[in-house]
Design a protein. Sequence first.
Length: 175
Amino acid sequence: MRYWIALVISISVLTVVTADTVFNWKDAKGIVHYGDSPPESVKAKAVDLPELTVVKDYGKLYKPVLTAKERGLTKEKKNKKQIYTKFSILAPKDKQAIRANNGDVTVMLSLKPKLLPEHTLSVFLDEKQMAEGDLRMVNLTNLDRGEHEVYVIIKGKKGKEISKSKQIVFTVIRH
């Protein structure tokens, strides 16, 4: 039994040692090949490989994301700490002239992180609320020609204003 163990260890050491070397060679068509056992019919050169980079302690770099429960936050605390890092009107652009013979203009919003379920978006055109909901794209129809102002407010459960976008001024051109 001892001989078998010694034989298995010897064979595994030999395979590790021979797998250490990488060779390159060209075949009859001139294509360069790489491998650890070149054919005997070709002249192979040993390739000098750089040492491998090994990350010793990946655990310090990786930090799992904790849930609200694990962080000790209740739902109310989590919602109060929610901050919209990006909230703006993408279209129309400020001071943009829009040719819309039918008077239809689409308002597109950018919002990060996504809207919480208990929050709503209210779109105002010329100080009048035109739409309310959770959509980031609202179509305003049959607008009169001329200058208009649009802005959006994020409202909480009881209609309290949470955030307000920058006011955008645009002009509708109609025939």
